[in-house]
Design a protein around this ligand. Structure first.
Ligand SMILES: [Zn+2]
Length: 98
C-alpha cells in the first residue's frame, strides 16, 4: 500500500473519550487521529494534520467503544445508521410489476 507510514494496533493508540477520537504520535511531532465514527464507517486510515503521513489502524469493530448518542442540540431520537441515506425518503415502495 502506498502512502501508509505504519500499521498500528488500536490498543497502542491513545483514546480520547471526550471527542471520541484515537490518536497516535506522528514522527513529525504532531499526532495521527481517527474518529470512532470513521472506524465504524470502515475507515482505517488515521491522518496527521501537519504532514502527509498516514497510518492504518488495526482493529476489530467488536472491540470499539460504543458510539456516542447523537444528541447535540437535536433532542429527538435519531435512528442509528438511518440518517445517512437522505435520498431514500419515506416508505419503501416495492418495485411495481409492469
Ligand atoms: Zn505528521
Amino acid at each position: 500500500m502506498s502512502g501508509i507510514y505504519e500499521e498500528v494496533e488500536i490498543e497502542d493508540m491513545t483514546w480520547d473519550a471526550e471527542i471520541f477520537t484515537y490518536f497516535y504520535p506522528c514522527p513529525c511531532g504532531d499526532k495521527f487521529s481517527i474518529t470512532l465514527e470513521d472506524l465504524y464507517d470502515g475507515e482505517d486510515i488515521a491522518t496527521c494534520p501537519s504532514c502527509t503521513l498516514r497510518v492504518r489502524v488495526i482493529f476489530e469493530e467488536e472491540d470499539l467503544p460504543e458510539l456516542p448518542p447523537d444528541n447535540d442540540g437535536e433532542g429527538q431520537m435519531t435512528p442509528i445508521g438511518g440518517a445517512r441515506d437522505s435520498g431514500a425518503v419515506g416508505e419503501v415502495t416495492p418495485v411495481a410489476v409492469s
